[in-house]
Write a protein that binds this ligand. Structure first.
Ligand code: FMN
Length: 275
């Protein structure tokens, strides 16, 4: 089995690693390194975060380009912060519009929200992460995911088709108008995400540049510079892996906590691009 992952702050990578451990002969690979237009065979899974009730840019690119016709079994696992929307339906929507084989099954795992913005307007933004992301919450997430991953591994081993039988396009789960509008918005060319740097706090360690999966962050004169000509994947890795909390976003420059999965280090996230 091949298992592709995309991750910003390690939730999806931690899940992918455990799943690979539970399912024998799994080859774990970053989706960023996948060949666009490839034709995988056998069993294929993908693990990634929900972004704006949709999928991250590298996942969408892969879904729009690869040929899935030779697969025996195809599943997706999303990690999310509490509002996953209908990502399984979205993936099938992307696949169906190019006449592709659909997913056989789809799973959603609630983890910890890795952005103070999420899809929320300013008033609903999480302003104090130190309070929100307590050690108890992180421990509860670890317990929840461990049992869920075990169930997913069993379901995959049984080749469940709980989400969609590939031949039955008409059974595509219906998404409401609002959901479809959000999908459209997430596919539109999004303005670049502007990160704000506290130059005094920045030590020039370059971790933000190393973890960036789109290679948008370059070091210049000992500080990061975000290259607006390169696409941002909105993963929040630079923001979250800064040990000085020197990177902020609009409405949130507070140094009240950042998040990454406790099992995943900056070097693990960096490896998805460089590995
Ligand atoms: C730009 C962005 C958009 C997000 N949108 C959603 C969302 O619509 N619904 C949700 O539940 N979580 C959302 N999240 C939270 C992530 O899906 C969640 O924290 C995920 O587990 C992060 O995985 P990762 O650590 O592998 O990057 C979003 C995160 C980011 C950075």
């Amino acid at each position: 089995m091949r298992l592709y992952y995309f991750t910003g702050t390690g939730n999806s990578l931690a899940v992918a690693r455990r799943l690979a451990h539970e399912i024998p002969a799994t080859e774990l690979r970053p989706i960023i390194g996948a060949q666009l237009g490839e034709r995988p065979g056998g069993v294929l899974g993908m693990v990634f975060p929900v972004h704006m009730v949709g999928v991250p840019v590298p996942v969408r690119r892969y879904l729009e380009s690869a040929d899935f016709s030779a697969l025996d079994y195809f599943f997706a696992v999303c990690t999310h912060g509490g509002t996953p929307g209908k990502v399984g339906a979205y993936i099938n929507h992307i696949l169906a519009r190019r006449g592709s084989r659909l997913l056989d099954d789809y799973f959603a795992l609630r983890m910890i929200l890795n952005t103070p913005k999420g899809v929320a307007p300013r008033l609903l933004m999480t302003m104090n992460w130190a309070q929100k992301i307590s050690p108890d919450q992180v421990a509860a997430m670890a317990r929840r995911t461990a049992s869920a991953i075990h169930e997913i591994a069993q379901t995959v081993a049984a080749r469940s088709t709980g989400c969609e039988a590939p031949a039955e396009r008409t059974r595509l789960p219906r998404a409401g108008e609002l959901t479809r509008l959000l999908w459209k918005a997430s596919e539109a060319s999004t303005p670049v995400l502007r990160f704000l740097l506290d130059r005094e706090a920045c030590t020039g360690c370059a971790v933000c540049s190393e973890v960036c999966p789109s290679c948008r962050v370059a070091m210049q004169d000992g500080a990061p510079r975000w290259d607006d000509s390169k696409q941002c994947y909105f993963c929040y890795a630079c923001f979250n892996f800064c040990s000085e909390q020197a990177i902020g976003v609009k409405h949130y420059t507070f140094k009240t906590g950042r998040y990454h999965h406790p099992e995943i280090a900056a070097a693990d996230v960096a490896a998805q691009t460089r590995g």
